[in-house]
Design a protein around this ligand. Structure first.
Ligand SMILES: [Zn+2]
Length: 200
C-alpha cells in the first residue's frame, strides 16, 4: 500500500506501528479502519487510551495494575494473604487469574534477570519481595516465571535469597515448555502447572 502524504494518516500509521506485534501493513490497515469509522468510535478509542494513562497506577504492594492505592486482588478479602505468586509481568497475573486455580496474592517483578539485555537483579522488584516476606505473614512463595534461561537464572537467584526464611518455596511444575510464555498457554496447562507445583 502506497502512503498518500496525508500527515494525519501518516501520524496514526506511525503510532500504530510502534505497538508490539504490529508491522507497517497492519498499522496502515488499522489507521484506515479508524479513518472510515464513526466519529463516536474514534473518540471512544482516544478516550480509552487517555483514560488508562490517567486513571491507573501500580499497586503499592504487588505492582499489579491498580485504580486505587492497592489493586483489586490485594483489596479482595477472600484471597489467601499467606501466599505470593511471583510473576514477570502484569500479563502473567492476567493469565494465572484466568485459570481460577490460584487464590493467593501476587508480586510483579517487572522482568527477569538478563545479562544480555542488561537487566540486573537490582532493577527488578526483588528487594520489595523480600520486604514483603519480612513484613507480611507469608507461608508460601510460588515462582511462576516464564520457562527460559533468564527465568531459570531468576529462580535460582530468588531461591538463594529466600532460603533462610521459614516459607515454602515452589515453582510451576515442569510440563510448561521451555521458551513458552504463560500468556500464550491455555488455561488448563497453567492450572495444572500451579496445582502440581514443585518444592524448591
Ligand atoms: Zn496488589
Amino acid at each position: 500500500m502506497k502512503e498518500l502524504g496525508i500527515s494525519a494518516l501518516d501520524d496514526l500509521i506511525d503510532q500504530f506501528s510502534q505497538l508490539p506485534g504490529i508491522g507497517r501493513k497492519t498499522a496502515q490497515r488499522l489507521a484506515l479502519f479508524i479513518l472510515k469509522s464513526s466519529p463516536e468510535y474514534a473518540n471512544d478509542l482516544a478516550n480509552a487510551i487517555i483514560n488508562i494513562k490517567q486513571n491507573t497506577r501500580l499497586c503499592k504492594r504487588c505492582f499489579n495494575v491498580a485504580e486505587e492505592e492497592f489493586c483489586s486482588i490485594c483489596s479482595d478479602h477472600n484471597r489467601d494473604v499467606h501466599k505470593i505468586c511471583v510473576v514477570e509481568d502484569i500479563v502473567d497475573v492476567m493469565a494465572i487469574e484466568e485459570t481460577r486455580s490460584y487464590r493467593g496474592l501476587y508480586h510483579v517483578l517487572g522482568g527477569v534477570i538478563s545479562p544480555l539485555s542488561g537487566v540486573s537483579a537490582d532493577q527488578l522488584r526483588i528487594k520489595e519481595l523480600v520486604e514483603r516476606i519480612q513484613n507480611e505473614n507469608i507461608e508460601e512463595v510460588l515462582l511462576a516465571l516464564n520457562p527460559s534461561t533468564e527465568g531459570e537464572a531468576t529462580i535460582i537467584y530468588i531461591t538463594r535469597l529466600l532460603k533462610n526464611f521459614n516459607i515454602r518455596l515452589t515453582r510451576l511444575a515442569s510440563g510448561v515448555p521451555m521458551g513458552s510464555h504463560l500468556e500464550y498457554l491455555d488455561v488448563a496447562t497453567i492450572g495444572k502447572a500451579i496445582q502440581s507445583r514443585q518444592d524448591l
